[in-house]
Design a protein around this ligand. Structure first.
Ligand code: FEO
Length: 401
């Protein structure tokens, strides 16, 4: 049975959600599931904008057929050729013999890499600024390469000022009935997942997001329709400002995240003491994560949020504790920038994790390491307190500076 929602008189949401998938891209935990948005425009001609993942293809087809109510589908616009949005392309081609696929040259190159269905005479190749009239609605295509794949484009519908934004402005999390940002508590229920989605999926491409934002600034947008998560029809500046900040690698908050690894509780003891000292000095909302039990995608999200990081890790096999090494590697892979970091190392006979963490952070643009790097040898002793308190004071100076 169909399950759809109306965006405007002639535009419908025909997507759905998967609450069973454990790992998005077989990589990112999604305890709240994920939605795959698809949109259908009913005009003199009809158009679907992007399809969905195979997990909800049955629901999608029922939604499309119900909404079309017997009419043919004339166009399928493909803003993004990643398989989580392309699983039903062939089904639509088979269902609607006169359907034309609308994409750019790279879209169709990728389509041939993923699929073998014939496309002869069934494609409309568009480039920057091209338009497609459906009657009262006109689609205009804007190339936004590397947000976050090379073929990505966004489609702007000018009569109702709708932006179909591909993955940009999306979020992890299944939608449940409430689909629009003004129907839900975004700050409370969605912001963390939206930031985690941005940071891990799109975060590497800050420059390209900035270019896209510049391009979009010339459009009069009433509604942002992403491929995942809520649809935005009010307070768009809130979301655009988040994207602007994230893509410039500016922290969202002047805040401290303590990200630590600890084998027997001693390094954890040190960061607890450090955090208590910060709290005694008025620092609020300190975030603390044991990185051995926190998915690295959450740690990356915290870096996007916080201005200051405390990284604490034991030495392991004459290197950095593996979970911390993975996190540092991920930060480098995503090209994160511009954070202030305090370091705590531990090592019972040859502590080197502080030196190695500093070296790895040195490969990141705009990362500043505070002095001193606190070096522990096993458990905390009275002699450990002075350097810990010095580091606390340096963090406070930096936070308040
Ligand atoms: Fe939701 Fe990049 O695919």
């Amino acid at each position: 049975m169909y399950c759809t929602r109306k965006l405007t008189e002639q535009v419908w949401w025909v997507g759905g959600s998967d609450r069973r998938l454990a790992l998005f891209e077989n990589l990112f935990p999604i305890t709240r599931g994920v939605s795959y948005n698809s949109y259908l425009i009913l005009d003199e001609q009809t158009a679907v904008v992007d399809t969905v993942d195979s997990s909800i293809s049955r629901q999608f087809l029922e939604n499309v057929l119900h909404t079309l109510d017997g009419r043919p589908l004339d166009y399928l616009v493909i803003n993004h050729m990643e398989p989580d949005h392309c699983a039903s392309i062939e089904t639509l081609l088979l269902r609607f013999p006169t359907l034309k696929l609308v994409g750019n040259a790279k879209t169709f190159a990728f389509m041939g890499q993923f699929y073998d269905f014939p496309l002869d005479g069934r494609t409309v190749t568009v480039k920057e600024g091209d338009t497609l009239s459906l009657g009262g609605h006109t689609l205009q295509f804007h190339m936004t390469p590397m947000v976050h794949w090379p073929e990505v484009m966004m489609t702007y519908e000018s009569s109702e000022k709708l932006l179909f934004s591909a993955d940009a402005f999306g979020s992890f999390g299944a939608t449940g009935g409430n689909l629009f940002n003004d129907e839900l508590n975004f700050d409370r229920d969605w912001l963390d997942d939206a930031r985690r989605y941005y940071g891990n999926i799109v975060g590497k491409y800050g420059l390209q997001v900035q270019a896209a934002l510049k391009k979009l600034s010339g459009l009069d947008i009433a509604m942002i329709c992403p491929l995942h998560g809520p649809i935005w029809r009010s307070n768009l500046d809130y979301l655009l400002n988040k994207y602007d900040k994230w893509s410039r690698y500016e922290p969202e908050e002047r805040a401290v995240a303590v990200l630590y690894a600890s084998m027997y509780g001693d390094t954890e003891n040190a960061v607890n003491l450090l955090a208590a000292g910060l709290a005694d000095s008025g620092v609020k909302n300190i975030a603390m994560h044991d990185i051995s039990s926190t998915h690295v995608s959450t740690l990356i999200s915290e870096v996007f949020r916080c201005s200051h990081l405390v990284l604490a890790a034991p030495t392991y096999n004459n290197g950095v504790y593996p979970a911390m090494a993975t996190f540092l590697h991920d930060m480098k892979a995503l090209g994160l920038q511009n954070r202030t970091v305090a370091l705590v190392e531990n090592g019972s006979w040859a502590p080197v994790s502080g030196k190695l963490m500093r070296e790895m952070l040195g490969e990141l643009k705009g990362f500043q390491v505070l002095e001193p790097v606190v070096s522990l040898k096993s458990a905390l002793k009275d002699s450990s307190l002075e350097p810990l308190f010095q580091l606390r004071d340096r963090i406070l100076d930096s936070l308040n500076g």
